[in-house]
Design a protein around this ligand. Structure first.
Ligand SMILES: *Cc1c(COP(=O)(O)O)cnc(C)c1O
Length: 467
């Protein structure tokens, strides 16, 4: 073990400090500020005592044990982990934006309001919605907001019986979860063998109890729902609304608009499609857009926490303006090309359950030859994912969607070079060869990551969050 791999408590040395604080100025007010004895700590806090340089090295080393978009290729499906231009970070952290106070008088924040209005107009043009609210702080939060708007729409029309929402079996997990939180009952609609929503299976589900349907297009398998026009017609005819999950809008930018497909309500994940780095839990921004039908239910004001996660909005606006109308249209085709290139290059080694052209992402169902033989278990999708870490790539999304037992869901995005894609393809082939020769190499992976393979079930069920 290297010296700085130790816990910071192990680096502690009594009396060593990295700071000096000024004398407390509270002394003279001690009588007024007297804290009751009962509230005082009985023993000193057990904090590590280390010098400044030890602290810096501790955190820098920790940061290097992590994997991020800035360290390598991150093909996580249904997540859009792409490289985000650093200029957007610079703009978002500009003191004239970052220093705004939420309680400033409205007439001193006109510039910020102009950014929000400009972003609203740009997103409306991109999606075919009328207006957006910037209240929601993440995708799932947007889903909940959108579903509440859906409910409001029906209640205002005296249509209280509409308590069910249809969700395809390929949907992102947050869709049924948000519907449940909103108090709606979930009705699942099955996909056909082609991975698309089966219109014949949808028809019998439609009726006077249906509030609407939640969909994403391309769907979570990366496939374009070609019958969306027919689906929209059927749902509207039955009195329901269409909700669009636009968390991963890359493949459609500037090409196809959810509004034109017939969707009434949608959310975007600015922290996926519009250039805010995500992963690690935020901050995010999940603005909700509405079409004509629902416009009157959109609340005023349309920003939250005073102005929402404004830094995320700034990045999105800078990104859209910098690309411009023409270049924004390139993101989709490039993301689609990257995904199809990987899919076609690897289908000789990995099972491809749906062999059609995909959009921004696609799903393999494990290895064709997983090396299983008498007395030897084959390599699983988890094994492939762990082995990728040894070669310096982040793993794709695994075991999701639930339609396939060994799902390996790959989304390269539009920002990776051909060389990076080729390197990834070569490594995936190498891993397939290793599995065929000796799957134990994969069972034991990762071999050279900072930690080996934790027991994920125990870690999830009995998390030990302190040393
Ligand atoms: C990421 C994602 C969500 C949820 O967004 P959060 O910001 O993580 O809440 C919803 N739907 C899809 C398709 C997603 O990829």
């Amino acid at each position: 073990m290297r010296y700085y791999d130790k816990l910071i408590f192990e680096l502690s040395h009594p009396g060593r400090t990295g700071y000096t604080l000024p004398e407390s100025f509270c002394g003279e007010f001690a009588a007024e500020t007297a804290i009751p004895d009962s509230l005082f700590r009985k023993a000193p806090l057990d904090l590590p005592e280390v010098s400044e340089v030890d602290v810096v090295r501790h955190y820098t080393n920790l940061s290097q044990m992590n994997f991020g978009v800035d360290t390598g290729f991150y093909p996580l499906g249904s997540c859009t982990m792409k490289y985000n231009p650093k200029i957007n970070e610079e703009i978002a952290s500009h003191p004239l934006f970052a220093g705004l106070h939420p309680l400033q008088p409205a007439d001193t924040v006109k510039g910020a309001q102009e950014v929000i209005d400009g972003l609203d107009a740009a997103l409306a043009a991109i999606t075919g919605m009328k207006h957006f609210t910037f209240l929601p702080c993440a995708g799932a939060h947007g889903e909940l907001t959108g579903l509440m708007l859906m409910r409001e729409y029906h209640l205002a029309r005296g249509d209280a019986a509409r308590t069910k929402v249809i969700v395809p079996d390929s949907a992102h997990g947050t869709n049924p979860a948000s519907a449940a939180v909103c108090g709606l009952e979930i009705v699942e609609v099955k996909s056909g063998v082609d991975g698309l929503v089966d219109v014949e299976a949808l028809k019998p589900l439609l009726g006077p109890d249906i509030a609407g349907i939640m969909m994403t297009n391309p769907n979570t398998l990366g496939l374009f729902e070609r019958q969306i026009g027919e689906i929209a017609k059927l749902v509207h005819e039955c009195g329901g609304l269409l909700y669009y999950d636009g968390a991963n809008m890359n493949p459609l930018l500037g090409k196809v608009r959810p509004g034109d497909m017939g969707f009434d309500i949608m959310h975007l994940n600015l922290h996926k499609t519009f250039s805010t780095p995500h992963g690690g839990g935020g901050p995010g921004s999940g603005p909700v857009g509405v079409g004509e039908r629902v416009l009157e239910y959109l609340r005023i004001p349309r920003t939250s926490g005073f102005h929402g996660n404004f830094g995320v909005m700034l990045r999105a606006y800078a990104y859209i303006l910098m690309l411009g109308k023409e270049n924004v249209k390139l993101a989709g085709p490039l993301a689609t090309l990257s995904a199809n290139y990987i899919k076609e290059s690897l289908k000789d080694a990995y099972k491809l359950p749906i062999p059609t052209v995909c959009k921004h992402e696609f799903v393999f169902d494990g290895l064709i030859n997983d090396g299983a033989r008498e007395g030897k278990a084959g390599a699983s999708t988890l094994d492939v994912a762990k082995r990728l870490l040894d070669y310096g790539f982040h793993a794709p999304t695994i075991y999701f969607p639930l339609l396939f037992h060994q799902a390996l869901m790959i989304e390269p995005t539009e920002t990776e070079s051909l060389e990076t894609l080729d390197e990834f393809i070569a490594v995936m082939h190498k891993i397939a060869e290793e599995a065929a020769e000796d799957p134990d190499i994969l069972h034991g992976a990762p071999h050279n990551a900072p930690i080996g393979r934790p027991d994920e079930t125990t870690a999830a069920r009995n998390p030990i969050l302190k040393a």
